[in-house]
Design a protein around this ligand. Structure first.
Ligand SMILES: Cc1ncc(COP(=O)(O)O)c(C=O)c1O
Length: 381
């Protein structure tokens, strides 16, 4: 039952859920079957034939995510980068892509090492600076890629402004909405054509599934092309991962609100700490992105669960602080119930622009009080 009149919280629980007709099971089954029975005449009166093409559990996730993003079509992939790849593959060699200088390093590496050799042209610009996207548009620009808030420095880009100039130039806009989640931001309502998520992060929410999704605003020819790419290149989301990501949607609002509230308290604590040189968090009134975030995000629910900060000192000191934390776990990734800390520069490779004194925190389901005590201890040791 997906009722557009329901609130997002209700749609997060009921958007794709149905009682299993054969058993009455309230929690839906996980459909592992790779293949589905033909009718006596050799046709298929039921919607499924082979799981690479379509699978009931994957489709349940696709409908759920499309509902949360207010889009027309959802597509689930084996990872966040799998979803991003399909968007780039839907372009033609010679097409031009504009992407943010401040971008998840994996997407940048994917563009540089796979899609530039394959024939795409790309230009990196600071998309959060007014006019940067407009100035970079060329006759061949077919895609403007945005990531907001961006990983790991949390710059916020004006989605409507970029969508306006891109659509005038005949280019699509795709927003990586992984950090904001559909709870805090719905790019399709701001003029974007496509949204991607790494469901590995907040949507899965428990650090136990890898996956990605694309949601298209329209079920148009481009969405059909994306579905063809999904089916033929074969990087589909496996049923168990689809089920875990689907289940994560039901508690997404509660988890994101809790993490965002804690993240704001932690950002304020860090901002006042003498060992901290700079805090990157759009929820802080001192952030240059605060007003824009308030305009384009659903900030009544918060500003997101990731906080980055630069310590006064070098990489060695940052690593020492990370090592002294006890409630935070040192690990890459974000969006799980357990809080994580990471020295980003160490993982981002040679092109990184992330300061060596920066630590990124992903705030989980623990209490802010315990996390702040942990940070206080690590910073003073
Ligand atoms: C913003 C963002 N987009 C995409 C991805 C890629 O997701 P995955 O690791 O599932 O491929 C990540 C991973 O960290 C991310 O942070």
């Amino acid at each position: 039952m997906d009722d557009p009149q329901h609130t997002p919280e209700t749609r997060a629980v009921h958007g794709a859920r149905s009682i299993d007709p054969s058993t009455g099971a309230v929690a839906p089954p996980i459909h592992l079957s790779t293949t589905f029975e033909r009718d006596a005449d050799g046709g298929y009166s039921r919607p499924f034939s082979y799981s690479r093409s379509a699978n009931p559990t994957r489709e349940m996730l696709e409908r759920q995510i499309a509902s949360l993003e207010q889009g027309a079509a959802g597509l689930a992939f084996a990872s966040g980068l799998g979803a991003c790849s399909a968007v780039f593959q839907s372009l033609k060699p010679g097409d031009h892509v504009i992407a943010p200088t401040e971008i998840y390093h994996g997407v940048r590496t994917l563009l540089d090492e796979v899609f530039v050799p394959w024939g795409l042209q790309r230009t990196y610009v600071p998309t959060h600076e007014p006019g940067a996207v407009e100035n970079a548009l060329t006759e061949r620009t077919r895609l403007v890629w945005l990531e907001t808030p961006a990983n790991p420095m949390l710059q916020v880009t004006d989605i409507s402004a970029c969508a306006g100039v891109a659509s005038n130039a005949g280019a699509l806009v795709c927003v990586d909405n992984t950090f904001a989640t559909p709870v805090l931001q719905n790019p399709l309502t701001l003029g974007a054509d496509l949204v991607v998520h790494a469901t590995t992060k907040w949507i899965g929410g428990h650090s136990d599934t890898v996956g990605g999704v694309i949601v298209s605003a329209n079920d148009d020819d481009h969405a059909k092309r994306l579905r063809t790419i999904q089916q033929l290149t074969g990087g589909v989301c496996p049923p168990f991962d689809a089920w875990l990501a689907w289940r994560g949607c039901a508690t997404l609002h509660q988890r994101v609100r809790h993490s965002s509230q804690s993240a704001l308290e932690i950002a304020r604590f860090l901002e006042g700490h003498p060992q901290v040189a700079r805090v990157h968090y759009p929820g802080l009134e001192s952030s240059p992105f605060h007003d824009l975030a308030k305009r384009q995000m659903h900030t009544e629910a918060g500003f997101g669960g990731v906080v980055s900060f630069e310590i006064t000192g070098d990489a060695a000191r940052a690593l020492q602080i990370a090592a002294a934390l006890e409630v935070f776990t040192r690990a890459t990734s974000l969006g799980g119930v357990e809080s994580l800390v990471e020295h980003r520069q160490s993982i981002e490779g040679p092109h990184t622009t992330t300061p060596d004194s920066l630590l990124r925190l992903s705030i989980g389901a623990e209490s802010a009080e315990d996390l702040i005590r942990d940070l206080e201890w690590a910073l003073s040791n």
